[in-house]
Design a protein around this ligand. Structure first.
Ligand code: ZN
Length: 282
């Protein structure tokens, strides 16, 4: 796989402090903005090719993928509808289209983009949802068109996350809602290292970044989003501090166990979700 060296994708600092090495790949931490990213990393052509084979092909694997993601999609649908009235929805990196299919059943007008031809064909032919070839920035979507934009486990795969967030912001209506779900690996990684357990939790070279809620919020504000709400695991954020801490630890631990088990052990309540709103006019 062809690789290249880059400057920090968020602040353009040329320095990066190595924090994890895996074959030719290295995760580094930017000393000026604290962002954790892959450097060197595969070129964009190499990534495009990589993603043509990323989604499973056999019917059985597609079904088990659906089973694994089903509960995540149901909870996200519920969350989206709590904060936004039914309307037009764009799902970025829609995979096989299961989330769009769920939202269509709930009465949303749905559309997706996907770079994997395999995913796109499945979504179109089997689930009858509108999916366009990605990436999002090249889909030529109209400005101010969508009530909701969602992206599940997408932002950590993108070479230019700022361009992606700008485009999400552009295509949303004023008052529109962005929902992102993403892994946050570094805390569990550090915890395991403290315990003397070496691991490959970063999922390289597929994941190009490891976002924290703080970094993501800064970026969302930078591209113009208004208020942000963060959710952990099963989308709960208890008022009680003790419960919040255990929910945080539990979420990260469960994610760790999932990867350590070769993506077989799926605890409920992994990863993080952020909601961000585009400013209303006036
Ligand atoms: Zn930086």
């Amino acid at each position: 796989m062809e690789v290249k060296k880059i400057d920090c994708p968020l602040c353009e600092s040329p320095k990066g402090i190595p924090i994890h090495q895996e074959g030719p790949f290295q995760m580094v931490k930017c000393p000026s903005c604290q962002f954790i990213y892959l450097n060197p990393r595969p070129t964009e052509e190499a990534l495009h090719e990589f993603y043509q084979k990323y989604l499973p092909e056999e019917e059985r694997s597609v079904e088990s993928w659906h089973k694994m993601m089903g509960p995540v999609f149901k909870r996200a649908a519920h969350l989206l509808q709590r904060f936004q009235a039914k309307g037009r929805l764009m799902d970025v990196g829609t995979g096989f289209g299961f989330f769009l299919s769920e939202m269509k059943k709930r009465g949303w007008e749905v559309m997706g983009v996907e770079i994997s031809q395999r995913g796109l064909n499945y979504a179109r032919d089997r689930l009858a949802v509108n999916v366009y070839p990605g990436p999002l920035e090249k889909a030529g979507l109209p400005e101010g068109h969508f009530d909701g934009v969602t992206a599940f486990y997408v932002i950590e795969h993108l070479p230019d996350p700022i361009a992606f967030l700008r485009e999400c912001h552009r295509i949303l209506k004023p008052g529109g809602l962005l929902l992102l779900r993403y892994p946050h690996t570094t805390p569990i990684k550090n915890l395991l290292r403290l315990l003397g357990i070496e691991n490959q939790l970063y999922d390289l070279p597929a994941h190009l970044s490891d976002f924290s809620p703080e970094t993501l919020q800064r970026l969302l504000e930078k591209v113009g989003f208004d208020s942000c709400e963060h959710f952990i695991g099963g989308y709960t954020f208890p008022d009680n501090l003790g419960k919040r801490i255990s929910s945080f630890l539990f979420g990260n631990l469960s994610e760790g166990l999932f990867y350590l088990s070769g993506k077989k052990f799926l605890f409920p309540g992994v990863s993080k979700t952020v909601l961000a709103f585009k400013k209303r006019i006036g």
